[in-house]
Design a binder for this molecule. Structure first.
Ligand SMILES: [Zn+2]
Length: 374
């Protein structure tokens, strides 16, 4: 079966030779792009879909989410917006609610948030554990996440749980917890930050994960300058996410590496922190991704279009750079070459916009512009 999607006003493929086409079409066969080009050159297909001049973009790749959780922290958000400071320890509120929730409730929450994301154009999402913080609760969080995505990340080292000390907890995370979680995870992650895990502990966690066959990524330099980015580069991590406070040496290290700088503007929006300087990273030649960091504490948005709008408005990105970072950049962050673009051979995951151009994603902030996802 082949399907022709045609009458596309603007088609974003990120193909090396023809990254953006006008008056375009593409053919889907077996879930993959078999052909794209000018619509008058389109070969015959079994079925045809006319999108009426709309823009079509690759589905968003959200490379950083924390969807396995229960509970609500709107009161904490309200307090913060009324003058209280953000502290990493608020995670413990969600941990208590998550531990108390049955599997079915956690799975239903993941499904609900993924549906919300898909309605806004996201077709690939990474999901982290990190609100269980016991062997049992981390393992069941990852087993649930695995039902929905292959991009699962073991984040037992999210915060030290109440009643434990850091050394004992790192032993647990890198020992019995890792053993039970690794079968359900592709990635190992750690929250490297004052109030969470320092450089030595973060290195121990990531190296243990690597030894167990997982690929490293990290939460780094969110609340202040720190060692996380340098550690990510040294260990060859796929991504250093947050990157809000970077030294010149951090930027240089990222530019000379394969580590993607993952920017999460929903966090700075929701915590009233300064935004990361995407322009500085791009000008230095760093590969940048954009993701939601969807979580109930510091960034409760599931919307990649929202992140694009903020990145363009407040982080120095052009609309085209922001779209690339939200699609192909996310794919690079997850070391995937089959998603985040619509060149021949890629998965045909795409979003049809209620707009003639992808620029509307930033030009019309807050407007539901995704008409269909395929
Ligand atoms: Zn995060």
């Amino acid at each position: 079966m082949t399907m022709l999607v045609t009458n596309i006003g603007e088609l974003v493929t990120w193909d090396a030779d023809r990254p953006i086409l006008h008056d375009a079409a593409f053919i889907v066969e077996g879930g993959h792009v078999a052909w794209f080009g000018h619509r008058r050159d389109a070969p015959a297909a079994d079925t045809m879909r006319d999108v009426g001049g709309a823009a079509v973009i690759p589905g968003f790749v959200d490379s950083h989410t924390h969807l396995v959780f229960a509970g609500d922290r709107s009161a904490e958000f309200e307090a913060r917006m009324t003058g209280a400071a953000y502290a990493a320890g608020g995670i413990r509120t969600t941990v208590a609610a998550t531990r108390a929730a049955p599997d079915e409730q956690l799975a239903a929450n993941v499904a609900r948030h993924l549906a919300e994301m898909r309605a806004q154009g996201t077709t690939t999402a990474e999901i982290k554990s990190g609100y269980g913080l016991t062997v049992l609760d981390e393992a069941r969080s990852l087993a649930i996440a695995r039902e929905f995505t292959d991009e699962t990340t073991f984040l037992g080292a999210h915060v030290v749980p109440e009643g434990s000390d850091i050394a004992t907890y790192v032993d647990l995370v890198t020992g019995p917890m890792l053993e039970k979680c690794a079968p359900y995870a592709r990635w190992i992650d750690v929250f490297c930050e004052d109030g969470a895990f320092g450089a030595d502990e973060a290195r121990t966690v990531l190296e243990a994960g690597i030894a167990a066959g997982l690929l490293p990524r990290i939460h780094a330099n969110q609340l202040g300058p720190g060692p996380g980015v340098q550690l990510a580069v040294e260990l060859g991590a796929a991504a250093a996410d947050h990157c809000t406070y970077l030294s010149a040496a951090d930027v240089d290290a990222l530019a000379g590496s394969d580590t993607v700088a993952g920017l999460l503007p929903g966090v700075e929006f929701s915590t009233r922190q300064p935004y990361p300087d995407a322009r500085r990273l791009l000008d230095a030649g760093v590969t940048v991704s954009l993701a939601t960091d969807c979580n109930p504490g510091s960034s409760y948005t599931s919307s990649m279009p929202f992140c694009i709008a903020v990145a363009v408005r407040d982080m120095g990105m052009s609309p085209r750079e922001a779209l690339w970072s939200a699609t192909k950049g996310g794919a690079v962050s997850l070391r995937r070459d089959d998603v985040g673009h619509l060149a021949v051979g890629a998965k045909a995951d795409h979003a049809v916009l209620n707009a003639p151009s992808f620029v509307h994603l930033a030009y019309r902030p807050g407007v539901p512009l995704v008409a269909a996802v395929g």
